[in-house]
Ligand binder design. Sequence first.
Ligand code: AMP
Length: 282
Amino acid sequence: MYIFKKVSDLQKHLDGLREAGKTVAFAPTMGALHNGHLSLINKANEIADVSVSSIFVNPTQFDQKEDLDKYPRTVEKDIQMLIGSECDVLLLPTPDEIYPSDVEVRNDFDFGVLDDVLEGAHRDGHFAGVGQVVNRLLEIVQPNWIVMGQKDYQQTAIIRRLLELTESKTKIVVSPTIREEDGLAMSSRNVRLEPDERKEAPTIHASLENVRAAYGSGEVEQAKKDAIAQIEASGSMKIDYFDIVHPTTLKSVTKWDEAEQLVVCTAVHLGKVRLIDNILIP
Ligand code: AMP
């Protein structure tokens, strides 16, 4: 695996590969890698000649300083995992490489209502930061495909919109959520859960699955209420939001047949850790 710390070195390398007719798939990450991230590398290897990843904990997308400070950093282990997954190229930049003083990095994308709901409503400026860093990374890497996880469903909707707004040639590929055996969605933040919190955490996924079980019968609102009650019954979890939404507008639905597929999504505080998850139903 080639590791580049300098954007210009990475670009030279990728230009050479492109001139040789190679296609590129890119999976950006913030590191502290787990099998969810590696599934994106596998997907990148499947669809393109060259897989590129990046590890950059982007300060502009954190609305809480503590979350940024406590974000796990395990670069040496990450590198070994990427090599094990046959990742071809890794960009490991410093903040100055991503946000150099002489380059104007846009953060003014208008994501419209996509940024007003769910995560957008609870994390001020989060998607402006995500749009900023992903747009910059796309300008640097210029991949044929960007591979992203369904785990961050709203983020995939935001990036789809970013690609439209910038008239990008890059296509987005969304890869399924990888879970622990007990259903908990893999997340870099899971390592910060205390043992008793870790035991509670699978309730999040179980509550989503109970909405799937209720799909098509009774009221949407009732299924939502039941799921919220299930999470709250744990006593230790505080819900930021729990919603059943349209897959493209992300607006709350009131009927099961408002779209062919619906997204059930939630964000929950468990101790000091905030976890998000979603499933597509039916
Ligand atoms: P992050 O490092 O959390 O910014 O995530 C980098 C990429 O990995 C994003 O596209 C995430 O959606 C994806 N990702 C994170 N967790 C998972 C998971 N459990 N399954 C699949 N993809 C994931």
